[in-house]
Each structure stands twice: as structure tokens, then as C-alpha cells.
Write a protein that binds this ligand. Sequence first.
Ligand code: EPU
Length: 429
Amino acid sequence: MEKIIINGGHILRGEVTISGAKNAAVAIIPAVMLSDGICRIENIPCISDVNAIIRILYDLGASIKVIDKSTVEIDPSHINSFVLPSSMTSGMRASSYFIGAMLGRFKKARVAPPGGCDFGVRPIDQHIKGFEALGAKVIIDNGMVDARAETLTGSSIFLDKVSVGATVNIMLAAVKATGLTIIENSAKEPHIVDLANFLNSMGANIMGAGTDVIKIRGVKTLHGTTYSIIPDQIEAGTYMIAAVATKGEVLVKNVIPKHLESITAKLIETGALIEEFDDSIMIRSNPNRPKSCSVLTMPHPSFPTDMQPQMTTLLAIADGVSTVTEGVWDNRFRYVDQLTLMGAKIKVDGRFAVVTGVEMLSSAPVHASDLRAGAAMIIAGLVANGTTEVDNIEYIDRGYEDIVEKLGALGADIKRVRTADSNLRKAAL
Ligand code: EPU
């Protein structure tokens, strides 16, 4: 086990380069299964969730050639299994994408239910509704999601709830179905567009990704391709907030500023000065305390739920009272008790939080209760008086490539250490 130790109070200054988008990578890599040829994927983030997805493809029989840290070539031609037991899914959410990908390839899939960060019930009813509309029979059998179809035929599906996962999964299952599939009320996140662009680069015919109606005209085959994943909008937003929280000045490189608009707008409301360039964004904080504001998380293009804990942490040191409303997940404020340990004044009622800004946070031993909560603890540690220890950092490693190195290069006093517990276990081995 490892933890991250931060001596707070250092201003972040300099440049940071953003890695490829986690939530695009975890959809695009399973989609390789649908190809008849070799796919070369570039700008892959080196994070544990993505490494786990690549491992699943390998365990299923794909040949994987690692070109460098961010590029792999995957030859899926030898995959012949449509079964993914829980021992292979690593308890991750994106393992559900193998249902769509296997259905698309084999017209059958048997996959252990997905895991992932715990912020309330995470149903897959809309995924199943989509598979069934395409002609699959879906049952839960012996703890596995079992989906089978004689043929997959295009259909119209109206999602009852905007869902990233259901949109991805239906696209994967429909891309080689017969005829036209229309997904209405689809998710519009940048990673949905990235997946559509990737599939189109293999010969798919997908229109409308990025709007709330996606049309997929099924094709018989998909060929190999070379594709570069978009930059991670949430990683970029996390560094932007860290810069503002520490009163810093940071150039965030390798971003698509359009994807960051809702985050940029909120940071400007708090008083930050932001300049956009073609593929980078400059954040200069205001010398005064950030101003309070109200935040509502909703699907793209609104403020992303995956930035909510980081933003709440910034508002915890803002001048005035802010409100944060979580519009996507039932239970995404579990980290707040950790911020309270550090002196934050936050009252949560269900999906609603009132944040009364304090001048300063103070250090404490805290833990990451999920991936983005972990990023929030690091931001809190960067601004707090004294030394903050963040535990459970395996959550953070799921989604942030080299976070300790990147923050260190910006001037943070941050390190990763093995815990005594792990040293003891190492000694005993
Ligand atoms: N929902 C349903 N039924 C479904 C699917 C979803 O009711 O069949 C509900 C969920 O309970 C939730 C809402 O719809 O209230 C949105 O869920 P969505 O399906 O969009 O989430 P997801 O696909 O499971 C992805 C990201 C999450 C991110 C959400 C929302 C991946 C691998 N995960 O999850 O990212 O919070 O979209 O944007 O893409 C993260 O990166 O930290 C993370 C948790």
C-alpha cells in the first residue's frame, strides 16, 4: 500500500501536459474487438483503469504490442471468447463495454456485472433496453449478464436517462447490426464523440455524436486503423482548479479548450483569469480569495460531475457561501467528511451541499473515497497548512497519470511513500 504526502502552501507555477482521456480510452480499447485488422491507438493514458482494460483484451486472446508509454497496437483477430468472469473485470465500470463489443462481434456476451467507484446505485437498465431493442435476449444468469441475439437489427432507442455508458454500449452493439439504429437522448460527452470518430475511422457509419440524436447505419465489417485519443478534460480541469486554489499560474497543455468551457466559465466566476489558445489554456489566479458561486453538475455540456469534488474543495476556501448541487449521482458527497477533518465547513443534504468558505484548511490524515474524491484530497493538501497524508491512493491511480510527478514539476511539495504496513508485509515475504 502507498500513500501520498503533501506539504501544503506551495504555489503552483509552470506548465503541465495533459494525458489522453480515461473515459475515451476505456470505451475505445474494447471497441477494437469489432475490428478485422490491427488498431494502433495513440495518446493512451498510463493509468490503472486503462491498463486493466488492455489486460482484459490480452486475456481474451488479443495480441498487444506496446510501442511506447502511450501507444499500443492491438490485433484482436484471435479473440474467440465471449465470456468475462468477475476475476477478469477488476471491479471496474468500463468492463460493461465488453457486453456491447462482444455482442457486436459474436452476437453473444457473458460478462460479470460492472463495479467502479461507489456513489450510489449504478444500474445498467438503459444498456439492456438498448441491447433488447436491437434484438438481443438479456438475462442475469448465475451472477452474469448474459446477452444473446440471432441477428442484431437497427432500431430506435430513446434513453430514459442520459447515460454515457448506455450510449457507448449501444453504439458498440449497433455498429455492425443490420440497418439503422437511432439513439435519442444520447450522452454528448467528448468521449462519446471520440468513440464515434474512432469507429468511423475503422469504416463505421455513425452520425450525430455530440448531439442528443446519434444515428448508426450498420456496416458488415470494420478494418484496422490508427487513432489518437483526445486529451482528458477532467484531468485538465483538476490541474486548473489546483492552480487557482494555490494562487498559482499554470499553462495546461494538450487540451481541447472547447471541452473545458463549463469549467473555465465557473473558474472565471470565482475570479480566475483564463486565456485560451489552440491546444492549451493559461490559468492565472486572482490574488484575492476565490469568490463563492453556485455549481450544478449535469451531463455535458454542463459542469461535469467528475469535477464536483475538486470544485467543492476550491469553494471550501472561497470568500462567502457557495452551493453545490449534484445532478448526476445519488451519493457523490461521501468525501465531504474528509474535507471537514481538514477544517472545511460543508453541510450536505442529499444531492445538495452548502459550502461556507474558510480562510485556510489544515492538514489531516485523509483518504480517497473514490477517484475524483482522491483528486479533491490532493488539492486540499496543496492548500492546507502543514502535512497532509492521503490514503487509498489506488483510486487516484485509476485516473491520473503521474499526478505526483506532474504536481511536483509545478512546484508542489508532494511525494508517494510506501506505508509501514506494506513495508512490514514486504519484510515478511
Ligand atoms: N443510469 C441509469 N441507468 C443506466 C445507466 C445509468 O439510471 O442504465 C443513471 C446512473 O445511475 C446515473 C446517470 O444515469 O445517475 C448517469 O450515469 P452514466 O451511465 O452516464 O455513468 P457511467 O457511464 O456509469 C460515466 C463515467 C463516470 C461519470 C459518468 C457521468 C466512464 C467509465 N465513467 O459513468 O466517470 O461520472 O459517466 O458523466 O465513462 C470518473 O471518471 O470518475 C467517473 C466516475
